[in-house]
Ligand binder design. Structure first.
Ligand code: AMP
Ligand code: MG
Length: 497
């Protein structure tokens, strides 16, 4: 800690319940000092939501805090323990290898939020890693989190990105950075797995109780299987929201599933362009385990791993525990289908529910696949078709419009039974089908400019457009346009290490 630095009225009201209540679940740890921290990006509106003094933090002193050079009063930096299944294989010990939880604050809405540094140096969980992060992936996490937030999808968010002034070594030297991440909490399925693999039932109970108090207070005093049901319901909702906008997480390991129901860990994630459920962007996902269309099945697989950790809490008799947990999870596919159908119905402009709606949704997807239609624009321009202007919609279906042309009259007949004006329906549709999403080629362009040329302008522009994704306007047009097929063809994402 740099003692020469005075605190000029920066007050962060930390209240560190995890450190206080869960002794044995973490290691207290300090960030590594960085040579010359500079604030590259600061999220003022999030700071205000957290009740922090944005003016005081958007300063050199803020850079010192968000790099880990200064520990603000009241913070208690800890590296949290967790395990996880990576691509299906159990790693009994992962943990915060390059992150430190500074502490928790209660935001303006009374919600408890974690403030975490990511890329702040080695911890006892670092294994062979350097504990550091490069600026590109940290800006990417900033951008993606904000995009998700503005799309109405639960997500961790970034408060700041600080350039450290030192290089981190990947395949080449890259500018180093630290991200400050804000999350409802960092409790993961993997946190439960960590204690389950150690047969530490007492810790599991403490963790389950803490999780219930923090995220599911309505379950206090209820059987633990209710926690499983509640977590499953939030996952169903989250994954359905991802599917609504074509989001592919890319690395849905159990250590990257937050019990709060927020999207967490924006490593190799990306948005689908033309609709194809087999779409995979991550370079390490060679077998397509985390392909777009597999996300609901993987969510269920992850929930099954969570259920296993809860068995000793569910019932003393292990056979009975398995029975109870299985019964609670068995309904997940149905629950997901219902959640997705309700959301997709709204995307189609339907409010009432009819028996054939799910088929209507599926057939629209089939038409998109046949026409290699851009997923975002196909949904968006469907609103035009509700107002009898199908031209833009047809233009994104390329050469194969057979299925679309067969489908449109069925949908229009169905719309007629909504008893609403075309204008009303179209307006409702435009409120749920975004005009802009983070297009992969634009994200890369922005990150490249920031990393290589130190030019934040493209990043800031993109961020600005993504803060209002549902409004069609001239200034957003360029950002709404799909990549050319050459740009899309070889697109690969890499884990943000
Ligand atoms: P992730 O792929 O970011 O979800 O991380 C998986 C695990 O690897 C976590 O335990 C991380 O803390 C750890 N990890 C990732 N990158 C690094 C790094 N550069 N140094 C140390 N640990 C890391
Ligand atoms: Mg992770």
């Amino acid at each position: 800690m740099n003692k020469a630095f005075e605190f000029h009225g920066i007050q962060i009201n930390f209240d560190n319940s995890y450190a206080r209540e869960l002794n044995g679940f973490y290691t207290a740890c300090q960030a590594e000092t960085v040579p010359s921290p500079t604030l590259v990006k600061f999220n003022r509106s999030l700071a205000e939501e957290l009740g922090l003094d944005a003016d005081a933090l958007e300063t050199q002193q803020g850079a010192e805090i968000f790099s880990g050079n200064i520990v603000p009063p009241g913070a208690m930096p800890i590296a949290q323990a967790y395990a996880g299944h990576q691509f299906g294989n159990l790693s009994p010990q992962l943990g915060d290898g390059r992150a430190l939880l500074l502490g928790e604050v209660i935001d303006r809405n009374g919600m408890r939020r974690d403030i975490q540094l990511k890329g702040s140096g080695r911890t006892p969980f670092s294994r062979r890693g350097d504990g550091k992060a490069a600026i590109g992936p940290m800006l990417r996490e900033y951008l993606m989190g904000e995009a998700m937030y503005h799309l109405g999808i639960p997500s961790t968010r970034a408060l700041a990105v600080v350039a450290t002034g030192e290089s981190v070594y990947r395949e080449t030297p890259l500018p180093g950075a630290v991200l400050t991440r804000v999350a409802a909490s960092h409790i993961r399925i993997g946190t439960f797995v960590y204690f389950a693999v150690r047969n530490d039932v007492e810790s599991l109970r403490r963790l389950a109780d803490y999780t219930i108090r923090r995220h599911y207070p309505e379950l206090i005093g209820k059987p633990y299987v209710e926690l499983l049901r509640a977590v499953a319901a939030r996952q169903a909702d989250l994954i359905a929201r991802w599917m609504c906008v074509g989001f592919i997480h890319g690395v849905m390991n159990t250590d990257n599933v937050a019990l709060s129901g927020e999207t967490i860990d924006y490593g190799p994630c990306a948005f689908m362009e033309h609709f194809d459920p087999a779409t995979v962007f991550s370079s390490i996902d060679e077998r397509g385990r985390y392909a777009f269309g597999k996300q609901p099945v993987i969510a269920q697989w992850n929930l099954a791993r969570f259920a296993e950790t809860l068995l000793p809490l569910v019932d003393d008799d292990s056979d009975r525990a398995i029975l109870i947990a299985t019964e609670a999870l068995e309904t997940f596919p149905e629950q997901f289908a219902k959640t997705w159908s309700a959301m997709a119905r709204r995307k189609l402009g339907l409010v009432r529910s009819e028996a054939d709606d799910a088929t209507l949704v599926q057939d629209f997807l089939n038409a998109m696949q046949a026409g290699q239609a851009d997923y975002t624009l196909a949904w968006r321009y469907l609103a035009d078709a509700a107002e009898s202007n199908p031209e833009r919609l047809r233009s994104v279906f390329g050469s194969d419009m057979t299925k679309l042309d067969e489908w449109l009259p069925r949908w229009q007949a169905r719309l007629a039974r909504e008893n609403k004006s075309a204008a009303e329906i179209a307006a409702d549709m435009r409120r749920v089908n975004p005009y802009v999403i983070p297009r992969n080629h634009l994200v890369e362009e922005a990150l490249e400019a920031a990393t290589i040329n130190n030019d934040l302008a493209p990043f800031n522009q993109l961020l600005d457009v993504l803060s209002d994704p549902f409004t069609e306007r001239e200034a957003a047009h360029r950002f709404a346009t799909p990549a050319t097929s050459e740009q899309t063809a070889g697109y690969r994402t890499f884990c943000g290490t």
